[in-house]
Design a protein around this ligand. Structure first.
Ligand SMILES: N[C@@H](CCC(=O)N[C@@H](CS)C(=O)NCC(=O)O)C(=O)O
Length: 230
């Protein structure tokens, strides 16, 4: 099998991280193709290979599979370990992953992913507080019901991958996700695939103005561990 996974910058591209960390951790081989953001609007450039003008995109021979959720569903039909075997855990994992995919808008918009930075936010909006409370509740439920150490049981799967970008956000902005959530975040940060993604993010010298401005608007940037900008 010869998959190609097209993703964007490691520091910023939260949607790219999901299938990348999933395939890497499960040992599903793929050619790793990085299409960096070139401007604020990459639509025209990305349309050359992506029907939505967005990444991630998985190429499987003549087939193009797009959207991080579409990719997870596609891989789930072809590989063990994407979703739990136990029907109850599988149902929960699918619901939690789709809740992340379609929800948590304030968390996504008000705490953009920037792997290499540490930020002290100016404030927390009521919508964001609601998202964070729900996040802590959901993670606690999964970890308690299925016994951990991963969200839906003893194996890393798609549901962990879907929340992987939130792991970096929790660290960047110091988000309080409760005791069980914090333990899962620590475990995720130690996963080899997460560390490899982080190393690549820290090595990036590219900066994209709109992402940088979004981060600066959230609060005071107290640390930037990335290589000096090019
Ligand atoms: N729902 C899509 C969202 C994909 C998405 O928003 N991708 C961003 C990168 S993280 C993108 O390609 N943006 C294009 C741009 O910034 O111009 C998915 O899950 O794959």
């Amino acid at each position: 099998m010869a998959y190609t996974l097209i993703t964007a910058n490691r520091n910023y591209s939260s949607w790219s991280l999901r299938p990348w960390v999933l395939m890497t951790t499960l040992g599903i081989p793929f050619e790793d193709c990085i299409e960096p953001f070139v401007s604020m609007d990459n639509y025209d450039a990305f349309r050359a290979f992506s029907p939505t003008g967005q990444v991630p995109v998985l190429i499987d021979g003549a087939r193009t599979v797009w959207d991080s959720l579409g990719i997870a569903l596609y891989l789930g039909e072809r590989h063990d370990g994407v979703w739990p075997v136990d029907a109850g855990a599988r149902a929960w994992a699918m619901c939690a992953a789709t809740e992340m995919h379609g929800g948590f808008g304030a968390l996504r918009n008000e705490r953009t992913m920037t792997v290499g930075q540490r930020v002290t936010p100016h404030d927390v909006s009521p919508r964001l507080a609601r998202d964070v409370a729900r996040l802590a509740e959901l993670w606690d439920e999964g970890l308690t019901r299925f016994g951990g150490p991963f969200l839906a049981g003893d194996r890393f799967g798609a549901v962990d991958a879907f929340f992987a970008p939130v792991v970096f956000r929790v660290r960047t902005y110091g988000i309080d996700v409760g005791l069980a959530g914090a333990e899962w975040v620590r475990r995720m940060l130690a996963e080899p695939a997460m560390r490899a993604w982080e190393d690549a993010a820290l090595a990036e010298t590219f900066r994209e103005d709109s992402h940088e401005a979004e981060v600066a608007a959230v609060g005071e940037v107290i640390e930037d561990r990335r290589a000096s900008p090019s």
